[in-house]
Ligand binder design. Structure first.
Ligand SMILES: Cc1cc2nc3c(=O)[nH]c(=O)nc-3n(C[C@H](O)[C@H](O)[C@H](O)COP(=O)(O)OP(=O)(O)OC[C@H]3O[C@@H](n4cnc5c(N)ncnc54)[C@H](O)[C@@H]3O)c2cc1C
Length: 336
């Protein structure tokens, strides 16, 4: 391995920023440059509510790896929660209800039931919190990460340790041949950088409202969710538009989201609307975390986290960093 490895990270969303910080934690003499055409508020990561609740179809290359990513991520956030800086970093614990009027199975989650400390069926009394006709429900204790806090906090540490943030669109990996190693954390941008047609956008739209009285997260049928965050800001959702590249705000989606959320919590009718946000989830099955030698450049991919990239960024980033360090140490010259 070179004495002072020169490493590029493509992407400044939650995945790229986490990879860069974790690599610095491991290699004190590493020289890191983060190259991205969008930073902080302009990334998809910043739109997400950031709740730790994977969809049950979330997956890595194997069941064991999927589970490890989820567990490592949970522990990463738990370590932050134990510190006095948790809120400043953007991590907060949150109790969550998931209800359904139709399908018992959507209230269960085999991926996290043995990770979170509490996952149980709701009581009859709690069932009344949901709209009339709701038959099934679970309650679990989880957490969420606000990227609005986490990204600037982590970027500051990276820069204080000598890392660089560069506003630049990367056209090819070949153009990065002056680096010893490249991490590809470009989210949906990987579709073009890698010509990866397995990577598909899933359009999302949310409403951010001020409703400090909302204390629990709630999920319901038809992709309805109410997720409180820091400073009384609550995220209302949502929609899932498969293979849609439309980043425009849709007033019909907004009206449907508001109607469904108010059915759950009528007090939301009085909430001040702060913003409407639209983002494209970088969906890929499985999420891609693997090394590849591309035209002589050592690249470690870490992209395709779909609707679960905030909560799984730490676990996948740890995996990517381990692969990257092995790659730096290897003399591989041929295609892996
Ligand atoms: C409405 C909505 C709600 C969501 N809710 C949740 C949730 O509750 N929990 C959860 O865990 N996840 C959630 N997600 C998903 C989450 O936002 C994504 O999985 C996550 O942000 C992916 O992070 P990323 O760093 O891979 O991508 P991004 O945040 O999109 O960052 C990609 C980075 O790569 C850069 N880039 C791309 N191509 C290039 C290039 N060629 N050259 C230079 N730079 C490039 C971009 O500029 C950007 O900096 C939600 C998403 C949406 C849209």
């Amino acid at each position: 391995m070179p004495d002072q490895p020169n490493v590029a990270v493509v992407g400044a969303g939650v995945v790229g920023i986490t990879v860069a910080k974790l690599l610095q934690d491991q290699l004190k003499d590493v020289k890191i440059t983060i190259l991205a055409d969008k930073f902080t508020d302009d990334t998809t990561s910043h739109i997400a509510a950031g709740i730790y609740r994977p969809g049950t179809s979330f997956k890595g290359p194997t069941k064991e790896i999927t589970k490890k990513w989820l567990k490592d991520s949970w522990e990463f956030f738990q370590d932050i929660l134990k510190t006095p800086d948790a809120e400043r970093i953007g991590v907060m614990p949150i109790g969550t209800y998931i209800f359904s009027s139709e399908n018992y199975h959507v209230t269960r989650n085999h991926l996290i039931e043995d990770i979170v400390p509490l996952y149980r069926a709701v009581t009859d009394e709690e069932l009344k919190l949901a709209p009339k006709g709701t038959k099934f429900g679970s309650y679990f204790s989880t957490l969420k990460l606000e990227c609005g806090n986490y990204l600037p906090w982590t970027e500051k540490i990276i820069v204080e340790r000598g890392g660089q943030l560069l506003n630049k669109k990367v056209k090819s990996f070949k153009s990065l041949s002056n680096y010893d190693l490249v991490f590809n954390c470009s989210g949906l941008g990987a579709r073009y950088l890698c010509n990866d047609h397995d990577l598909v956008p899933i359009r999302g739209q949310v409403i951010k409202v001020k409703a400090p009285w909302v204390k629990h997260a709630m999920y319901g049928d038809y992709d309805t969710y109410i997720i409180p965050g820091l400073n009384g800001v609550v995220t209302l959702g949502g929609v899932r538009g498969y293979d849609s590249y439309n980043l425009n705000y849709c007033k019909y989606d907004a009206a449907a989201i508001m109607e469904r959320c108010c059915e759950f919590l009528p007090s939301l009718k009085n909430a001040e609307v702060l913003a409407h946000k639209v983002g494209l989830r970088p969906h890929r099955l499985p999420v891609r975390v693997e090394p590849e030698l591309i035209e002589g450049v050592k690249v470690v991919h870490c992209y395709g986290h779909g609707g679960y990239g905030v909560m799984t960024a730490p676990g996948t980033a740890m995996n990517a960093v381990d692969l990257g360090i092995d790659f730096l140490r290897s003399n591989v010259r041929n295609k892996l």
